[in-house]
Write a protein that binds this ligand. Sequence first.
Ligand SMILES: CC(C)(COP(=O)(O)OP(=O)(O)OC[C@H]1O[C@@H](n2cnc3c(N)ncnc32)[C@H](O)[C@@H]1OP(=O)(O)O)[C@@H](O)C(=O)NCCC(=O)NCCS
Length: 172
Amino acid sequence: MNLSDVIIRPISENDSIDDLTDLLHRSYKQLADIGLKFVATHQDSDITRRRIAKSNCFVALYQGRIIGTINLYLPGIMDKFAWYRKDGVALFGQFAVDPDFQKQGIGELMVQHLENFAVQHEVTELSLDTAEQADHLIAWYKKLGYRFIDYINWDVTNYRSVIYSKNLIAKK
Ligand SMILES: CC(C)(COP(=O)(O)OP(=O)(O)OC[C@H]1O[C@@H](n2cnc3c(N)ncnc32)[C@H](O)[C@@H]1OP(=O)(O)O)[C@@H](O)C(=O)NCCC(=O)NCCS
């Protein structure tokens, strides 16, 4: 697969939310298998739909098939934790690449796409949160320029989360 053949675009109303939910389950299974109950390991299509409605959802396509997805929550949308209430802070989540297509650079391409979109929308900090035990993800986000911010607890997970964030001002 050539990365230049991967297209990233906003989700459209013709995209199947059931298929996207299935993609999330298949991708997040590796986290469920190590005991981390991310919502995306088991969420139903209604939750997928509700999360998309609150965000800017992008999908990655290869040969017309959706092989990745990521949601961007612009500043002001997530207000549960102090860091997310700060001006200019956006976050991303519901982030998955089809297991058959992982470790080929698609995830990084999607994050870069999101960072460029976020900069155009007055975002100064792009953040994410993940399980504090997910060492492989934390190492990867650090490699992409994200730094530790805080610990938080969502009610719906069985782990404590860590917020990581990247300052985007230099990207302007
Ligand atoms: C996290 C996730 C979206 C990353 O997607 P991805 O397409 O695999 O990401 P990339 O390919 O850009 O990078 C992943 C790894 O592959 C490596 N890689 C990238 N291109 C590569 C290539 N051509 N050959 C070999 N390895 C490659 C990267 O260096 C990185 O390695 P590292 O983890 O050792 O640093 C994907 O693994 C996933 O869906 N995971 C399950 C759900 C999840 O964890 N979501 C995030 C929750 S916070």
